[in-house]
Design a protein around this ligand. Sequence first.
Ligand code: NAP
Length: 241
Amino acid sequence: MKYALVTGGSRGIGRAVSVRLAKEGYHVIVNYVSNREQAQVTLDMIESAGGSGEMLRFDVGDRMQTASAIEGWMQEHPDGYIEVLVNNAGIRRDNLLLWMEDNDWDSVIGTGLDGFFNVTRLLVKPMLVKKHGRIINMASLSGLKGLPGQCNYSAAKGGLIAATKALAQEVGRKGVTVNAVAPGFIRTEMTDGLDEAQLKKTVPMNRFGEPEEVAALVAFLASSESGYITGECISINGGLY
Ligand code: NAP
């Protein structure tokens, strides 16, 4: 059995990635934090496409909770290891820095950046032992260029891109690749409240992207065909920079 873990797999991009990786033959561990019903919908989609998966609840920003869930999974699967990790869980709490509350800063950094650390450090060791692994981090255009109203989110995603490049150099020799994906506007609940009709005019392709388009890129980075790509941040944004 080949295992993949997708954090934040219950909705949006994480759901599309989970379904796609299942189609590629992975048994997908669908992580979620609060939305069990939606995680179940993802699992149902995986199974109706002929794949297999399971749900695993933990808050990626909570170090103890993450360790307990992942170590518990490892104990139950002594012969398996998670060879594909997609650090996808993320939230945004936009505000001008002047008005930003402590919790808006802490929760966005906690989920987007601490979450990467909390999950990845547990899973990278078995990848190194097996001399194969794929780590894909969900960054954002906001982490590349910085966006007003998103100091917290831009910092989390910019940090994630830098960590991607650093970790790639630490583990490359052992057959583990580490890459980031930087989406622009993708149609999910995260972008629900935005004025799509207005914002799409800023996108050269004149539309928002679909989660399945991001999932196709993630599937490529998870595949053996991408084995010589590491430390990269690949944009998927319809030409918007
Ligand atoms: P979404 O629809 O809001 O879904 C967010 C997912 O993250 C949900 O599955 C949620 O789980 C999970 N999550 C949130 N906090 C978590 C935590 N502390 N621990 C574990 N899981 C957690 O978001 P999305 O648009 O699919 O975004 C997915 C990723 O892409 C994020 O990292 C986001 O920053 C990035 N991104 C999105 C866009 C875009 O335009 N949509 C653009 C650039 C980057 P529950 O269902 O349990 O709440």
